[in-house]
Design a protein around this ligand. Structure first.
Ligand code: GRF
Length: 204
């Protein structure tokens, strides 16, 4: 399965996908890494792995989100992308773009959805006093951090945690979860059924 990975920054989840795809038995490969920021560190990670990169900057399309998204869409299609993976991509996508990639557009979010949609999830988890926190990979729908859940991983919230320690623990879980979710989709074992994803076969 050909992946397009959309980033805006650090790219540690991109790195986890690059590393997973390097395994001979992994059923996906990254065809393109696309960033909306020219200085995203993830672009260096992709280049170091010999993966094609592109920058489509929203700043080149002031006030014209349709043109920005059409440019991204064109790059992804030219590269033969079949599944778009958002990995720290910080622009909200329009219903048009989401519809163009219906059930072929996934995101990783640093909380156990539907709790803590949006930003600052670790601070909010600590402020709420939840004892478990985590991350979610889900299909993208027009509403932010909404859509059928493919996979989740939970981590404990420990006494003495601050947002940084908790974020590190969640991020470690993210780096395992994203390749796992991509594998389920690439193997045809995660099927969208209305608002849910049905999983076939064993899940570790
Ligand atoms: C991750 O926490 C991801 O869940 C969220 O943005 C962060 C991106 O980090 N959507 P990185 O760029 O993958 O290191």
């Amino acid at each position: 399965l050909k992946l397009g990975v959309l980033i805006s920054g650090r790219g540690s989840n991109l790195q986890a996908l690059i590393d997973a795809c390097a395994a001979p038995d992994f059923p996906a490969e990254i065809a393109l890494v696309l960033s909306n920021k020219a200085d995203a560190f993830g672009l260096e990670r992709a280049a170091a792995a010999g993966i094609a990169t592109a920058v489509v900057s929203h700043r080149d399309y002031p006030g014209d989100k349709p043109a920005f998204e059409a440019a991204m869409d064109a790059r992804l299609r030219e590269a033969g992308v079949e599944l778009v993976c958002l990995a720290g991509f910080m622009r909200l996508l329009s219903p048009w773009f989401v519809g163009r990639w219906q059930d072929a557009l996934i995101n990783i979010h640093p909380s156990l959805l539907p709790s803590f949609k949006g930003l600052d999830t670790h601070e909010r988890a600590l402020a709420t006093g939840v004892r478990f926190h985590g991350c979610t990979v889900h299909h993208v729908r027009p509403a932010m951090d909404d859509g059928p859940i493919i996979a989740q991983a939970a981590v404990p919230v420990l006494p003495g945690d601050d947002a940084h320690r908790l974020a590190d623990r969640v991020l470690e879980a993210e780096h395992k979860l994203y390749p796992h979710a991509v594998r389920l989709i690439a193997e045809g074992r995660a099927r969208v059924d209305g608002d849910l994803v049905r999983i076939d076969g064993p899940v570790p």
